[in-house]
Design a protein. Sequence first.
Length: 186
Amino acid sequence: TAEARSTRAPPSLPSSPPGKGTLLGGCTTARLGPWRLLLKAAQLGLSFLAFVLEEVVTECTRCSGLYFFEFVSCSAFLLCIPILVIYCTSLYEKTGKEKLEQLDFWVTLIVGLIFLLASIVFSATSDKTAVETVALIFGYLASFAFLVDAGLMFRKKRKTRQERQPENTANTINATENQPLNNQQA
């Protein structure tokens, strides 16, 4: 029995489809695709960098823009985490693809728009220090990543909806006139 145990092959891990290997901490391109996965990672990283750099700012004369930017960048970072975790784990199957995609679209769109607004407000109220400028650059880049991702999701959703609509190949407007009973002469 000892020989049988040693010759037995170890259990194999489920293989992923070709070209769909693991990329980021368990995430695969199978659920998001390579560009969306890259955008999700960029959203996470850029919003985190914007938040950290904003925290480094020591003085401000008009702090309301800074505080708004702080709240939005932190919220954006924290909202990215659960969505990315759901896409990268078995929770994806449990949540439902349509529900998750709809939630992801609205969260991404709203966060992108509010992040852009916060970056504009912070630009207008900042003291133009080097740290504030770099935080703003990351804020604008994060806004751009969120809005591009929302645009990609919208385009995919629209394309899917158009593919589901049946084409009107037959002349359905005159369908009743082309019926055999209607063409009989009296």
